[in-house]
Design a protein around this ligand. Sequence first.
Ligand SMILES: Nc1ncnc2c1ncn2[C@@H]1O[C@H](COP(=O)(O)OP(=O)(O)OP(=O)(O)O)[C@@H](O)[C@H]1O
Length: 319
Amino acid sequence: MTTDTAPPVLVEHVTRRFGAVTALDDVSLHVDAGEIVGLLGPNGAGKTTLLSLLAGLRTPDEGTVRLFGRNPRDPAARTSLGTTPQETGLPETLKVREVVDFVAGHFTDPMPRGEVMARFGLTDLAERQTGALSGGQKRRLAVGLSLVGRPRLVLLDEPTTGLDVEARHVLWQALRDYHADGATVIVTSHYLEEIEALAERVVVVGDGRVLADDTLARVLDLVAVRRVALTVGAGAADALSALPGVQDVADVSATARGTRVTLVASDADAAVRALVERAVPFTDLEVRGASLEEAFLSLTSHDAPAAPAEASTLPEVSR
Ligand SMILES: Nc1ncnc2c1ncn2[C@@H]1O[C@H](COP(=O)(O)OP(=O)(O)OP(=O)(O)O)[C@@H](O)[C@H]1O
């Protein structure tokens, strides 16, 4: 395959360990030119590790990583790559325009400074020293700098974590516009909202594995689960997992009033209707939205073609 026709990203059966920790476990990912992909997963899922392999900062222990058909350790493979890590150190005493010019000086055909500034709402800050920028302004500048070389592939690690609503929206719009210009974009986040705002395709990563890889709409369906908690009489708990709409039994514990069961339901309404229709006596019914972490946990044991059976023993991510 020539590098002209090669996909921007090809990851095949990649495993990467850090001592006893397996950060990535047999991960494969193919991203075509022009896609905008969200890598969604809880803390420690392996998202940053995957980006570091793509950026050539680390090497896989097993498997293959290719950037436009080349090994990302080869500097020539990275000429079309723009990245923004989770934290960017900016030279505090340089002005915004000086930093943009400094980065632009490394490229033969950089994006004009005025265009970078306009895309990221930085025009009025051109003369400001970077040390005097707010967190949101710094972040916008950092992401803007990753586009100065007009990269065909952009890797962004949690681009708007810690930003206020307005700053997030400016950044998201700038990224959508750059993608609309033809770039391939991969963005990591543990916020569903960020992935919803940016991605068309979503790859859910958990415990170093790809748990789901689908359209945004399908992944939203997968993670839209509810927690249904109720107390039933001894002996009734076993039948609850078979109720319509129930995906999983998250917890069963004995209480003074009976057996407290927490169900993970893809359709809580159907589950509760069935309880009533079947005249199952219950008390203390509670229905609430599951957190994304809980949804990830249920994905590890259900609807996850890539997840092995033993992945259901994944530890609670919130711990
Ligand atoms: N340099 C390292 N040394 C040891 N362990 C590491 C190293 N880098 C990552 N890990 C471990 O590998 C696993 C995956 O980490 P990674 O940073 O890729 O996850 P992540 O999905 O990006 O998480 P976050 O959302 O918190 O950034 C974690 O268990 C982490 O502690």
